[in-house]
Design a protein around this ligand. Structure first.
Ligand code: MSP
Length: 504
């Protein structure tokens, strides 16, 4: 059986979760659900990054210990994961004792191998990024991401021989042109490596909140090394058995471009140093912007994901994010944009199509899905193409392209209702077969849409199938069933409130 391992970044607990966090988690969930529909063995990992300076400072401000603070904050992230209906197989916390022990074993191995050495160091450090910057990376002397002045930090640190991996990394990039997707991000990462890599400090002497360096417990492991390792440590303890052999290398690490360098340079080098395989792909998506800027708590332009989803529904939100912004690019989201798409596409085009279909089967066929007199050749070939196109899009993580293909079909079905006008056919008993065919085709078209849309809108699609009297077990949701002619004739439809009540 094929395996599929997808991860999100593990999120910082120094602040509450926002829509940006929900976005990556939903994207990973869409891929996980799709690969389950393909019959693959899937592992989907998300979690929280709980060590480091910002988390320690946030705790201090609240008069809590870092662990007390993390224990409170993690609940909000876990609530968000539940709220967005993510089907993750595990939630890792970097304060898990199993993770900490595995990180210590990992760096001890690198130390024993001679890849880690001690050196005095001074550099400009942005404690919000948890990263050192050289003068040339700064904008007007300030951190390009946070707009704050970095501090001059002078410490004796342990260093990882990153520079020694420059050529091996370049060779790897050249042999794996789809390691980082989209290709613009690949080029960015490769050219960064090409410009020259310096050894990096992988310990901190002034911070107590972290995993102690096993051979020198006065220092703690640099938070990024601790965090990146989550992708492999989780496989060791998520279940009673090790899942490492089964799921490593990961198929996709998803993230936004803010953390590309860590994943495209440091992570592969750490894996090479430890003799592990590299992940198959990194997929770098864009930023959701509000008012033209990346959402961030410091800028104060965040939407509360809990508020939005509780008000409009989770599936509508899941749909909107990937419909509105081409996945991979930056894009602006807004409540107005959301409401307009909700009304035009979810309420009018999809919701209304379901209601009309159910109502017509009730009215003209006593609520029982009719059998077709002949299998529609046209719909058979349209739906075959649709199945292939959506699968190809998701294979390439083109979530927005996939939705667009499905939506073209939703629109074609709406047009089909108008063109065939079943209410007219119903007036003439000679058109009985034609009427049955139209109604069958509508049920069948919607059944196929429901299967293909399932990863995007898990609850709504099950409800569509239920209303159409079609089975919705995981087996029925398999992609191979998104083929024309599979609808159950003789099933009883059920009417209910609109799937997406119009927003006024
Ligand atoms: N803890 C690190 C990641 C360690 S992974 C080994 C971290 N955490 S974070 O909380 O800042 O999360 C960053 C990630 O959140 C981004 O890479 C992206 O996946 C997601 N997003 C945060 N804001 C976002 C937007 N405005 N738009 C899109 N994604 C957003 O970095």
């Amino acid at each position: 059986m094929n395996t599929f391992y997808v991860t999100t970044p593990i999120y910082y607990v120094n602040d509450v979760p926002h829509i940006g966090h929900a976005y990556t988690t939903i994207a990973a969930d869409i891929l996980a659900r799709h690969h389950r529909q393909l019959g693959e063995d899937v592992f989907f990992l998300t979690g929280t990054d709980e060590h480091g300076n910002p988390a320690a400072r946030a705790a201090q401000k609240r008069g809590l210990t870092p662990k007390e603070h993390a224990d409170e904050m993690v609940v909000k992230f876990q609530d968000l994961v539940k709220l967005v209906n993510a089907s993750n197989d595990f939630f890792i916390r970097t304060t898990d004792p199993e993770h900490c022990a595995a990180v210590q074993r990992f760096i001890q191995k690198l130390y024993d191998k001679g890849d880690i050495y001690i050196k005095s160091y001074s550099g400009l450090y942005c404690s919000s990024c948890e990263a050192f910057y050289s003068e040339k990376d700064l904008m007007d002397g300030k951190c390009p991401d946070h707009g704050t002045e970095p501090e001059l930090v002078e410490e004796e640190n342990y260093f990882f021989r990153l520079s020694g991996y420059q050529q091996t990394l370049l060779d790897f990039y050249d042999g794996n042109p789809d390691f980082v997707k989209p290709s613009t991000r690949f080029n960015e990462a490769r050219s960064f490596i090409e410009q020259g890599l310096e050894d990096i400090s992988i310990s901190r002497a002034t911070l107590e909140w972290g995993i102690p360096i096993p051979w020198d417990p006065k220092q703690v492991v640099y938070v990024w090394v601790d965090a990146l390792l989550n992708y492999i440590t989780a496989l060791e303890y998520a279940r009673n058995e090790s899942l490492f052999l089964k799921f490593w290398p990961a198929t996709y690490h998803l993230m936004a471009k803010d953390i590309l360098k860590f994943h495209a340079v440091i992570w592969p080098a750490l894996l090479m140093a430890s003799g592990n395989e590299l992940p198959r792909h990194l997929f770098i998506h864009g930023y959701l912007l509000m008012g033209g800027q990346k959402m961030s708590k410091t800028r104060g332009n965040v939407l509360d994901p809990f508020e939005v989803m509780n008000k409009y529904g989770v599936d509508a939100f899941r749909f909107y994010c990937f419909r509105e912004v081409a996945f991979g690019q930056d894009g602006v989201i807004s409540l107005e944009g959301f409401e307009s798409r909700y009304n035009s596409e979810l309420a009018n085009e999809l919701g209304n199509l379901v209601s009309r279909t159910v109502a017509m089967v009730k009215k003209y066929c006593e609520g029982v899905v009719p059998g077709p007199t002949a299998k529609s050749k046209e719909f058979s070939s349209i739906s075959l193409r649709l199945q292939e196109n959506t699968m190809a899009a998701l294979e390439n993580v083109e979530l927005t392209v996939c939705l667009e293909k499905i939506w073209e079909f939703v629109r074609a079905l709406n047009k089909y209702v108008e063109d065939t006008a079943p209410w007219k056919l119903a007036r003439d008993s000679a058109s009985r077969d034609a009427l049955n065919d139209v109604l069958y085709n509508l049920v069948e078209g919607l059944r196929i849409c429901a299967i293909l849309l399932h990863p995007f809108m898990p609850e709504t699609t099950l409800e569509i199938l239920r209303r159409l009297g079609q089975p919705g077990s995981p087996g029925n949701l398999a992609i191979e069933n998104a083929k024309w002619g599979g609808a159950l004739s003789g099933a009883t439809v059920e009417s209910a409130d609109p799937l997406f009540p119009k927003l006024i």
